[in-house]
Design a protein around this ligand. Structure first.
Ligand SMILES: Cc1cc2nc3c(=O)[nH]c(=O)nc-3n(C[C@H](O)[C@H](O)[C@H](O)COP(=O)(O)O)c2cc1C
Length: 318
């Protein structure tokens, strides 16, 4: 594939696990990132934290995303993180969740750009892979400082920056400000990946034009719709719009996706996690209310597939 920019799958905690990343790469993403991983959890050998690092051949190139705020703990844990396999380390400076920022992690780091610099330095010193920083625009509309943070990161050794065009205070509401992302692109000499609200191939094209970015990152719009990545990739590569998936094709993908979740997490845990994906896949399908109710109660892969098969028949008739 010969895309003019990188096409990245956004890290989404609780969503972009191995199964999701594997399919995203198959559909044409050129890079993916793990869910965010606590450096403290890694430091103290927490098993669940380590599980998040598992990745396979089909997910490369993959960035391992770490969150925390202590440069020394980053320094010590990065080699451990990379021992699971990983092509980049990504530092989370963008998460706005209360339990993260109340610990001075995630987007709270943007309040102290010099600390971002110290973390990037500690991470680049402790590994030989490129290091990225994922950030927002700043804390709130009165303290937009993505340009400053990006410059500090670049000067401390970062190889790429990802910017979600919202402030921490905005969380996921309001408009994405691509003009501010364009300012970051102009202010640094390393690649900048633009992120936020890309929901279609046209959105992707518009964000590339408005920001001059080296890559785009797509998150929520891929939920139950991984095929969007293929639509964007084809559009960027050939200028062609390809048809969206039919409901029947979506249901086939849902079965495959959930099969992979069960393969990697086992049936008991896997099916619990798969329920939300199942609901995303059947969103907007005819008469789906009854089936949604059944999907959230499913306990096995076969049960879930039977429900998809029933829905499949209805979709064929419509
Ligand atoms: C459920 C969920 C989990 C997320 N988890 C992470 C995460 O672990 N690390 C991170 O940097 N961003 C995380 N994000 C933010 C996304 O990577 C992305 O920046 C954001 O959703 C905006 O992009 P979008 O409009 O394409 O979804 C998460 C977002 C969502 C919706």
């Amino acid at each position: 594939m010969n895309l003019p920019v990188k096409l990245c799958l956004a890290p989404m905690a609780g969503v972009t696990d191995r199964a999701f990343r594997e399919l995203a790469m198959e559909y044409g993403a050129t890079m993916c990132t793990t869910e965010m991983i606590s450096i403290k959890g890694l430091y103290y050998n927490d098993k669940k934290t380590a599980d998040l690092l598992e990745n396979g051949e089909r997910e490369h190139p993959i960035a391992i995303q770490l969150f925390g705020h202590e440069p020394e703990i980053f320094r010590e844990t990065v080699p451990k993180a990379l021992s699971f396999g990983g092509d980049y380390i990504d530092i989370n400076c963008g998460c706005p969740a209360k339990k993260i920022i109340s610990n001075s992690d995630g987007s709270a780091l943007m309040k102290t750009p010099e600390l971002i610099g110290e973390i990037v330095k500690a991470v680049t010193d402790s590994c030989n892979v490129p290091v990225g920083v994922k950030m927002r625009l700043g804390w709130d509309e009165n303290s937009i400082n993505a340009v400053q943070c990006a410059k500090v990161a670049e000067n401390s050794g970062a190889s790429y920056i990802t910017v979600h065009g919202r402030t921490t205070k905005q969380n996921y509401s309001g408009q994405c400000n691509y003009g501010e992302i364009a300012k970051v692109v102009k202010s640094v000499n390393i690649p900048v990946i633009a992120n936020g609200d890309i929901k279609s191939p046209c959105d992707a094209q518009r964000v590339i034009e408005q920001t001059g970015c080296a890559g785009i990152m797509v998150g929520r719009a891929t939920l139950g719709n991984l095929h969007l990545i293929k639509e964007i990739a084809d559009f960027l590569e050939k200028g062609l719009g390809i048809p969206k998936q039919s409901n029947n094709e979506k249901l086939l993908l849902a079965k495959r996706h959930i099969g992979l979740i069960v393969k990697y997490k086992g049936e008991q845990n896997g099916i619990k996690e798969a329920r939300k994906h199942a609901l995303w896949y059947v969103k907007g399908m005819p008469n789906n209310v009854k089936y949604k109710d059944m999907l959230v109660r499913c306990k096995t892969y076969n049960e879930m597939c039977e429900i998809f098969n029933e829905l499949n028949k209805i979709c064929e008739d419509v």
